[in-house]
Design a protein around this ligand. Structure first.
Ligand code: PDD
Length: 283
């Protein structure tokens, strides 16, 4: 049994005592939203940005925010510290709460909020030598900008990726890449970085935002433009970004090698730039 300290509805509790109702709408309907923020050097990374996105997700699904962002940020930092996390993740979820099962919003309901922390290697990620993506159709709904816990399509996509021996899924709509199963996807062509513009079709990744800044500071041109699976395979480089992996180079898409399977220099510049910024902010 783990001795992890979690947070549930305003209280710090041992993991084994953190229980929610079987009537929780997160469980019944996936009626909730979430965030995952990295911990680097024992400090939360970009938690403010994650909490702005959480507030937006709650607003978009008509869920009144049960805590303010400052209180949540303090709580997330405390979870990281109390659990001795130097490098890892803090997961935070808010659901509409527990009520008799009925699809429309219940009239009287208290949101359920919980969070936990876990260690994960971020600076020294073994996947930084290059990962493989598995191509699948994007089966999701039309509000992928909301960081919702309704994620069956991503569960199936990432399971298919795992069965194919790939690290991540690359989802596409009629051949146009949307994003990864839990990441944003980028390509590099003739020195320019391309990534899909934000819309309801993808999540506006916090790591994506930061990498746009890293690229700008490094003087690397970026175009926010959609690309096809074929263009990704034929690209000079491909990489993916997320709070859980920062920047990971992609060396294979399906059974095709990207750039002869060699990790590209622009991808590594973005990864190193991201890590340097993380160290600066948390050191
Ligand atoms: N997922 N796209 C999707 C569909 C995601 O689920 C995620 C993150 C991202 C990257 O967003 P960010 O850079 O803010 O982490 C893009 C988290 C990490 C998860 O579900 O575990």
């Amino acid at each position: 049994m783990s001795h992890r300290t979690c947070w549930l509805n305003g209280t710090y509790v041992a993991e084994e005592h953190a229980h929610v109702s079987i009537f929780d709408r997160g469980l019944l309907f996936g009626d909730g939203v979430y965030e995952v923020a990295a911990v680097f050097n024992g400090r939360l990374l970009d938690a403010d940005r994650h909490l702005v996105r959480l507030e937006r997700s709650m607003r978009e699904i008509g869920l009144p925010a049960p805590y303010d962002a400052d209180a949540l940020q303090d709580m997330m930092q405390r979870l990281a510290s109390e659990n001795g996390i130097r490098e890892g993740l803090v997961y935070l979820q808010v659901t509409r709460g527990a009520a008799e099962r009925d699809f429309p919003f219940p009239s009287q309901v208290t949101p359920t909020a919980f969070a936990y922390a876990r260690p994960k290697k971020l600076s020294d990620d073994p996947n930084a030598v290059g990962i493989r993506l598995h191509v699948v159709p994007d089966l999701r709904w039309q509000r992928c900008d909301i960081k919702s816990t309704s994620m069956l399509a991503q569960v199936l996509a990432k399971q298919a990726a795992r069965q194919a021996g790939a690290f991540e899924a690359m989802m596409h709509e009629d051949g146009l890449v949307t994003e990864g199963g839990s990441s944003n996807v980028w390509i590099v062509r003739n020195g320019t970085i391309y990534t899909r513009p934000t819309s309801c079709d993808i999540l506006a990744g916090i790591t994506r935002d930061v990498v746009l800044e890293v690229a700008r500071d490094a003087g690397v041109p970026v175009q926010q433009r959609a690309f096809t699976v074929e263009q990704a395979i034929a690209a000079d480089e491909c990489f993916m970004t997320s709070a859980t992996s920062f920047v990971l180079p992609v060396t294979q898409i399906g059974d095709k090698r990207v750039a002869n399977g060699v990790v590209g220099p622009v991808s590594m510049r973005m990864r190193d730039g991201y890590l340097a910024r993380a160290a600066r902010l948390t050191g």
